[in-house]
Design a protein around this ligand. Structure first.
Ligand code: 5GP
Length: 231
């Protein structure tokens, strides 16, 4: 396996069962149309992801996380990834505003799960279970993926609530390991989640970069600090 270079991460092979996931300082938004390099972003995202993967593992969710390997690198289990982005939403924000006649900030009566086909060329279109089946992903697999995504949501939503932060929405990616198990992969960081301060509703995530709402490193640093503060 060769080194795989994505927009925000690099995947470096380690051995038969493990790879290194290196978080870059590069920030991109709007399908790569907006770009910047922000010193320290890679390290913050690696640390936040490691912390959240540990929280999930402690709560019985199978993740690819094995350990930390330096400031901006994690050792993770090698997975065969599903070409899916699984989004879970608790509060109306982002693209949901273009889909439902609801105002930003409206709490949803129950979490909403969405599936997207991960393909930059097509602009990551939203798909349903029937489309997934055509892509070779069975209904049983989708069911397990959605069930796990909702479990991740309930664990993390409570975890952030205790720290005065609203988990608005987030994106997950899943894969299969060597044993054939469905495992949570990729990252869980302010690049892939929306976090709002519960009192001020201020963004502590990539929306700071997307919509020029301030200093991304300051926002990610504050988020990480608040996670470390409350054990
Ligand atoms: P939306 O559909 O509102 O743009 O995104 C919903 C949530 O999923 C947000 O927390 C957003 O950060 C995350 N998300 C959706 N697609 C992507 C993607 O392609 N890359 C990243 N980093 N996050 C995504």
């Amino acid at each position: 396996m060769e080194v795989y270079e994505g927009k925000a991460k690099r995947i470096i092979p380690l051995d038969e069962t493990k790879v290194i996931m290196e978080f870059k300082d590069d920030a991109t938004a709007f399908n790569g149309k907006k770009k910047a390099s922000l010193m320290g972003k890679g390290t913050l995202n690696a640390r936040i992801s490691a912390l959240l993967f540990r929280v999930l593992e402690e709560n019985g969710v199978k993740t690819h996380f094995i350990g930390v390997a330096g400031d901006n690198r994690l050792i993770v289990e090698r997975l065969k990834m599903y070409p899916l982005e699984v989004v879970v939403r608790n509060v109306v924000a982002g693209s949901l505003k273009r889909r439902l006649p609801l105002e930003e900030g409206t709490e949803l009566p129950e979490p909403v799960v969405e599936l997207y086909y991960k393909d930059d060329g097509l602009g990551d279109p939203m798909i349903n279970r029937h489309h997934a089946k055509v892509l070779g992903i069975s209904e049983d697999e989708i069911e397990e993926i959605e069930r796990t995504a909702l479990r991740v949501n309930s664990i993390l939503r409570d975890y952030f609530k205790r720290r005065g932060i609203i988990l608005v929405d987030f994106k997950l990616e899943f894969g299969r390991n060597g044993k054939g198990e469905i495992v949570l992969g990729d990252e869980i960081s302010p690049d892939t989640c929306r976090f709002w301060d519960a009192e001020t509703k201020r963004s502590l995530d990539k929306d700071v970069f997307r919509f020029d709402k301030g200093d991304l490193i300051e926002a990610y640093g504050e988020l990480y600090g608040r996670l470390l503060e409350t054990p």
